[in-house]
Design a protein around this ligand. Sequence first.
Ligand SMILES: [Zn+2]
Ligand SMILES: [Zn+2]
Length: 121
Amino acid sequence: MPKLKRDVIKYVRDRAKSKYEKGLACEICDKTEQLDFHHFYSLTPLLNQWLTKNKHNPEYIQALRDDFIEEHHAELYDYTATLCHAHHVQLHKVYGRDPGLGTAKKQMRWVEIQREKHGMV
Ligand SMILES: [Zn+2]
Ligand SMILES: [Zn+2]
């Protein structure tokens, strides 16, 4: 897959993030400071896949981004987790900076296991 220019992702992220509903505490350790919003389905491969599949030209991302957001509502807003920065970093250490879309369920299970370790379940 071709590498997307960084600002293509940025246009989509900036548009989508106003509706992110971050939780009040880390889902793993209950910490309430320095919270991050994690997507189990990473935006970069998701957008890449969509542009390729529909043969869209990334240059027109500003005109296309609302369609992308509408078609990926679940991935952008539901399959997400609020994590403290430390746990967010830890997750990305295990699964990489832009985890492959095929790892989403594994990531969810990883969060579940960490929750158990912290007595959150
Ligand atoms: Zn945490
Ligand atoms: Zn993340």
